[in-house]
Design a protein around this ligand. Structure first.
Ligand SMILES: *[C@@H]1O[C@H](CO)[C@@H](O)[C@H](O)[C@H]1NC(C)=O
Ligand SMILES: *[C@@H]1O[C@H](CO)[C@@H](O)[C@H](O)[C@H]1NC(C)=O
Ligand SMILES: [Cu+2]
Length: 179
């Protein structure tokens, strides 16, 4: 290969590697077009069950801030719809939350009666979410007690290893191109 061709090939490989790294951070709008509401009896459990959440994904809650809010809570507070001490409260009506840890992330609306009416969602990021689709057993594990405290663990291992795989693939291809 001519030097120039090699350069172009290398550039394309690097670009592809970069694109692949970007492509797996999905954005999910909770409730899809219906948004975050008590109207229409939306089954947020069902909504979440059809998704394969991964670390680095963003979930967005869209709602009328006059009538609703978003509280991130512990599992026990989620179960009992207890809004007395949320971990985080979001109130803009367009709240984007990046999922940085695996495990369960519990949210409900803190307006009295709304959680009880079903305005609650459990975002579960499976430990090996890169290869697993949500399975019945994984979904059932929503009842397993989890003292999920959102400890600041920047970039957990599977996320890095997936990135590492793409980088390694890119480098291998680059080396092959230059050989
Ligand atoms: C809600 O949680 C708080 C703090 O954990 C607790 O003190 C309170 O008794 C709970 N309320 C209900 C109704 O369970
Ligand atoms: C909601 O927020 C996102 C980014 O966080 C922004 O791109 C979008 O335009 C916002 N939508 C509305 C309706 O404000
Ligand atoms: Cu509400």
């Amino acid at each position: 290969m001519a030097l120039e061709e090699r350069g172009v090939f290398l550039f394309i490989v690097i670009l592809m590697t970069a694109l692949q790294q970007v492509s797996y951070a999905a954005v999910y709008e909770v409730g899809d077009s219906a948004g975050w509401t008590t109207l229409g009896n939306i089954d947020y459990k069902k909504w979440a069950a059809t998704k394969n959440f991964q670390m680095g994904d963003t979930i967005t809650f869209k709602y009328n801030a006059k009538f609703h809010n978003v509280m991130q809570v512990t599992h026990s507070m989620y179960k009992s719809c207890n809004a007395s001490s949320p971990i985080h409260t979001f109130t803009t009506g367009n709240d984007s939350i990046e999922i940085k840890n695996h495990g369960h992330h519990f949210f409900f609306c803190g307006v009295p009666g709304h959680c009880e009416a079903g305005q609650k969602v459990d975002i579960n990021v499976l430990r090996d979410s890169s290869t697993e689709a949500p399975t019945p057993s994984a979904l059932a594990s929503a009842t397993v007690p989890s003292a999920h405290v959102p400890a600041p663990s920047p970039n957990s291992a599977p996320f890095i290893s997936l990135k590492g795989t793409f980088v390694a693939m890119g480098l291998t291809m680059a080396i092959l191109a230059l050989a």
